[in-house]
Design a protein. Structure first.
Length: 368
């Protein structure tokens, strides 16, 4: 939980609550903001794909800790420059670091849980994303009260991440994760419409969730609701994530993975629309709650769907679905930023994101 709180909740998503101040104080445009976000997601995609090989076997703990250290340093480095080009480079490297932490922390934690017969605790591990987001929301609120600028937010993000690194270093046991021998060569992926639909739907989900996940706090700033309310919206997003994984797994157990995935996409689409259509304080609060209540859980459900569709090639399908998801979330911020800059509003890019989520839901239901 600590590892994901630092590398994902803060290292990957703290950009969202800091972004409005960067746009105001540095004059960043929505297009530039989207490009910086996409660079981080490109780094994450490449890091996730690179982690899929067997080169790191036996070095998972060291790589995870190195990724956490890099994430902390890179967060602090963001506060040392005002160059948009430097922001792009730093966030790209931060994306690589967060991917290494995500993959190798999961390898360690899941191996230990499986050996202990407690795989039901995986949801606690993923709840770290919400814990990190909630911590970052409180941090941003306190810094606003102290009249600190955007750079201070990055410095404190680095400091909090470093503290998490120290905790993880103490808690993570030495030695490789529990494993069942060397990985065997997998067969090719099955060629069928169901798997193609699932992979395409996962990419649409990546596009649909990331627009709101990147610009939600900027939407609140544009509505003029104030920095403390911005932090409240982001806090709600993080807090709701914590129980969401467990709850959606219960839903999937009742109605099946495909229908649960589709339902999650539909709920998230409603939140995306609410964030820009309802206005006032209710729209962003509802949007944040429905975003936090779905996106981490849908990510997990989608991977489970892919594994179910290609049970003999789990690593291959994981890599392909990660690529599809990554492409969607790389394109999303760029398109949304350009559209918002051209129209002066996040309405149309948010509606496009909601439409992508609905289409993804329909594809999966049809493939079931």
């Amino acid at each position: 939980m600590l590892a994901l709180a630092a590398a994902m909740g803060i290292g990957r998503f703290v950009y969202t609550p800091i972004l409005p101040s960067m746009m105001t104080q540095l004059g960043l445009t929505a297009g530039e903001a989207g490009l910086i976000a996409s660079a981080n997601y490109l780094g994450y995609l490449l890091g996730a794909l690179a982690s899929a090989g067997g080169w790191a076997a036996g070095r998972e703990r060291a790589i995870m800790l190195s990724g956490l250290g890099a994430s902390a340093v890179l967060a602090a480095t963001m506060g040392l420059t005002t160059s948009a080009a430097a922001f792009v480079a730093i966030r790209f490297l931060a994306g690589l670091a967060s991917a290494f932490v995500m993959v190798f922390a999961a390898a360690i934690v899941f191996g230990r849980l499986a050996a202990a017969g407690r795989s039901d605790l995986q949801s606690v591990h993923f709840a770290g994303v919400g814990v990190g987001i909630a911590i970052s929301a409180v941090m941003i609120a306190l810094l606003h009260v102290a009249s600190a600028g955007w750079a201070a937010a990055w410095f404190w993000s680095g400091a909090i991440s470093a503290a998490a690194l120290a905790g993880v270093a103490v808690l993570a046991e030495r030695g490789p994760p529990a494993a069942a021998g060397a990985p065997a060569r997998e067969p090719g992926l099955p060629r069928n419409r169901a798997l193609t639909s699932i992979i395409l739907a996962y990419g649409l989900f990546g596009f649909g969730y990331i627009v709101t996940a990147t610009f939600l706090v900027a939407i609140v700033r544009q509505n003029g609701e104030g920095p403390l309310f911005e932090s409240l919206v982001w806090l709600v997003t993080g807090v709701v994530i914590v129980p969401s994984i467990y709850l959606w797994q219960q839903v999937a157990g009742r109605i099946g993975l495909a229908k649960a995935f589709a339902a999650g996409c539909a709920v998230e689409a409603a939140g995306v629309v609410a964030s820009v259509a309802l206005g006032g304080k209710s729209g962003p609060i509802i949007g944040g709650a429905l975003l936090g209540g779905t996106f981490v859980a849908i990510t997990a459900l989608g991977l489970q769907l892919g594994r179910l569709a290609a049970p003999d090639a789990p690593r291959r399908v994981f890599a392909l679905m990660t690529a599809s998801f990554g492409f969607g979330q790389i394109v999303g911020p760029v398109v949304a930023g350009i559209a918002a800059e051209a129209t002066g509003s996040y309405l149309w890019p948010s509606l496009a994101a909601a439409l992508a989520l609905v289409i993804g839901a329909l594809l999966v239901v049809r493939a079931d």
